[in-house]
Design a protein around this ligand. Sequence first.
Ligand code: GDP
Ligand code: MG
Length: 180
Amino acid sequence: MEVSSRRRALLKVIVLGDSGVGKTSLMNRYVYKKFNQQYKATIGADFVTKELQVDDKDVTLQIWDTAGQERFQSLGSAFYRGSDCCVLVYDVNVLKSFETLTNWHDEFLKQVDPVHPDVFPFVLLGNKIDIDGEKKAREWCSSKGDIPYFETSAKEDYYVDDAFQSVAKVALQTDHQHDM
Ligand code: GDP
Ligand code: MG
């Protein structure tokens, strides 16, 4: 086998997205196979490395974390320099973190200024898909003594009539006998 084809590729990957979306957690999960429920703003190191194979090629991923500085959008040029891929992360439960993706995308391209910005490799991760909003709401409702729950869309008119039918029904149980 040719020596050059076995050479390990060193790839710099940077992870961007709003504070709290789970960037550090994703790196810890991937590299150390663990997860911490407690909020830890930083892992202390500038980057972690992970060795893997892509097809038959040996690869070292050097994954850079923001150490919490993303809150100030001041990550410095060393952070961005020489990136081979940018991983964007948002929290699927937080609309705002999706909306700011465009800022992160633009900021990355501004800082790195790649020769061909249209084809620079990005990967988007929608994190925290384990959180079940409906389950949380149902549990909350049952903890408050079986409050009725409807998932609605005012825009698409989903379950709006049903919801207010239920409102009328439970209101009727109170039955204050207002004079009309
Ligand atoms: P970062 O600021 O983007 O680095 O976010 P962190 O990795 O510090 O995570 C912020 C909080 O979200 C922490 O409390 C994590 O435990 C939590 N978290 C991260 N990823 C997940 C996930 O996939 N599911 C859930 N339920 N919580 C997560
Ligand atoms: Mg972090």
